[in-house]
Design a protein around this ligand. Structure first.
Ligand code: HEC
Ligand code: HEC
Ligand code: HEC
Ligand code: HEC
Length: 146
């Protein structure tokens, strides 16, 4: 009986990980942003989650939001967090001709568009406001060479 319960728990844990749902977790200090649902053309970013939340004073709700897109301002360690791909679930980036005529929301259905809007958006605002270039906005400053 015990073994069966364990197996069920294991199966469920596997399911959650596969779906990109992190149940009651503390985020690691550094996250490899390597969304497994598609093939990557660019170098994988080691994202310093901890530095962003602590040193760079970004709030959880600056990056995490609910199913309506409303910032999860009161998020804290231990709460459930869904991976971005759960909702922005089209693989890769859509731009140029292919993105023509689409609304920002339609473009953000693509995973990399949503990430770029979030990461670059804040970085651009931050640099402008503080007259600096500390926050990376060019491809190779974020994506290391492959
Ligand atoms: C600058 C953006 C940003 C900020 C600020 C931020 N996060 Fe995250 N967080 C992310 C990204 C990106 C991921 C990876 C999501 C994915 O895998 O799709 C993530 C993942 C997570 C995960 C899942 C980690 C795992 O691998 O198990 C948790 C839990 C989490 N964040 C909690 C928090 C909490 C709590 C705060 C506030 C203290 C916070 N985050 C602040 C961007 C951010
Ligand atoms: C539970 C579903 C869900 C998850 C998980 C999710 N999003 Fe969203 N996101 C939405 C919805 C809905 C909107 C509103 C529609 C729109 O503007 O694209 C939105 C809007 C956005 C926007 C535009 C609004 C803004 O705040 O500027 C960005 C950028 C974005 N998401 C990035 C991310 C990133 C990065 C992650 C992972 C850390 C993430 N999303 C996780 C559903 C989700
Ligand atoms: C709410 C604002 C905000 C968001 C959102 C944000 N960043 Fe940043 N990030 C910063 C600031 C501010 C700095 C520069 C701090 C400094 O060095 O003065 C920075 C610096 C960085 C750096 C260079 C320094 C380091 O820690 O490695 C990288 C790489 C980076 N961000 C990646 C990302 C990625 C990837 C995302 C999206 C998943 C992201 N950032 C989202 C605010 C943000
Ligand atoms: C602020 C950091 C940042 C900058 C600057 C940036 N990216 Fe990204 N990019 C990301 C993140 C984060 C992802 C999502 C990676 C993941 O979660 O797997 C991504 C994903 C991608 C993807 C889809 C995944 C892949 O490797 O094929 C492409 C293509 C891409 N970026 C191209 C670019 C290009 C071209 C530029 C310059 C015009 C650029 N990026 C600038 C952060 C950045």
């Amino acid at each position: 009986m015990k073994k069966k319960a364990f197996l069920i728990a294991l199966a469920m844990a596997t399911l959650f990980v596969a779906a990109g749902i992190y149940a009651a977790t503390t985020a690691p200090d550094v996250i490899e942003l390597n969304q497994p649902a598609y093939k990557h053309k660019k170098g994988i970013i080691s994202f310093s989650h901890k530095k962003h939340a602590e040193e760079y004073k970004a709030t959880c709700g600056d990056c995490h939001h609910d199913a309506e897109g409303k910032p999860r301002a009161d998020l804290k360690d231990g709460d459930d967090v869904k991976g971005c791909f759960e909702c922005h679930n089209k693989p890769g980036e859509l731009k140029g001709k292919k993105a023509k005529g689409l609304s920002d929301k339609e473009k953000r259905a693509y995973h990399a568009n949503a990430l770029h809007d979030n990461c670059k958006g804040c970085h651009k605002d931050y640099n402008k406001k503080n007259k600096t270039k500390a926050a990376p906005t060019t491809c190779t400053k974020c994506h290391p060479k492959k």
